[in-house]
Design a protein. Structure first.
Length: 270
């Protein structure tokens, strides 16, 4: 059974304006580093880092996500960079607030995706947004490969998994390994396209159909998979490195340094 975590006050939740501010900062970062991801990608990445078996330091994961240097380090001219220390601090303030929300949700006991305490990824329905545009505006997107619902979120999650493969290696316990594989498969499924006919609008009941029902069901399975991954690694705990004692050669054995001398007359002397 999942432990019950304290529910944050609604007043502490990031509102639309805060997410818009995060998007604006990322847009600005993108002017200096065009591989800076969208927020939805960051949202998935964050969830994976929170679920990671080993706690990953802030400077470590931000350098991977945004290609930004740690404080005190010189910026890579081909990497990302904040416009100022103040911009970095504001981004981190909003990031940590969202981190707290996600972490609290994943540590809460929930029985339904409709539960207010459940983890609700901040995702967009790009196909739905385009479908709701006037025909003349839709024309600008004709031929573009628009991402499926929650696809970018899943890509961000798996990017974090692939960035720290040792932390996501299958445990020796067969049941735990099966648990891990099943959960990751549910997230990986969301990285694929939704090629089925659009049947519903996932974020707007009155919106144009943009997503298949099978996709919505898969999204629900992916959210439960994130809960499973959080629970799995909390149960397993950080990996314990195996300590191997070095074997000391016998005094009459050849010295391992390759000198050709006996150990007692080489590195074993004295």
């Amino acid at each position: 059974m999942k432990p019950v975590a304290p529910t944050p006050s609604p007043d502490t939740f990031l509102d639309v304006e805060a997410f818009d501010e995060l998007d604006a900062i990322l847009d600005d970062l993108r002017t200096r580093y065009d591989e800076t991801p969208q927020w939805e990608f960051c949202e998935g990445f964050m969830a994976a880092v929170i679920c990671s078996r080993r706690p990953i330091a802030e400077d470590e994961y931000l350098s991977v996500l945004l290609a930004t240097p740690a404080p005190g380090e010189d910026a890579d001219p081909e990497g990302g960079s904040f416009a100022s220390p103040e911009q970095r601090e504001r981004f981190l303030t909003l990031w940590k607030q969202r981190w707290s929300e996600v972490e609290t949700a994943l540590d809460s006991e929930v029985d339904s995706l409709e539960d207010d305490n459940c983890y609700h990824p901040e995702v967009m329905d790009i196909r739905g947004a385009v479908a709701d545009m006037p025909a003349e505006e839709q024309a600008a997107f004709k031929g573009e490969d628009l991402p499926a619902f929650a696809q970018v979120w899943a890509l961000g999650f798996m990017f974090a998994v692939e960035s720290w493969p040792d932390e996501w290696a299958a445990p020796r316990d067969k049941d735990a390994a099966k648990w891990l594989d099943g959960a990751l498969e549910a997230v990986v499924a969301m990285t694929e396209d939704d090629s089925a006919a659009p049947e519903v609008s996932p974020l707007n009941e009155e919106g144009a159909p943009s997503t298949s029902i099978a996709r919505l069901n898969a999204f629900g399975e992916a959210i439960w998979a994130v809960y499973d991954l959080r629970e799995l690694w909390k149960t397993m705990g950080p990996k314990v490195e195996t300590v191997r004692a070095e074997v000391t050669p016998g005094r009459n054995d050849l010295c391992p340094c390759g000198s050709g001398k006996k150990y007692k007359k080489c590195h074993g002397a004295g």
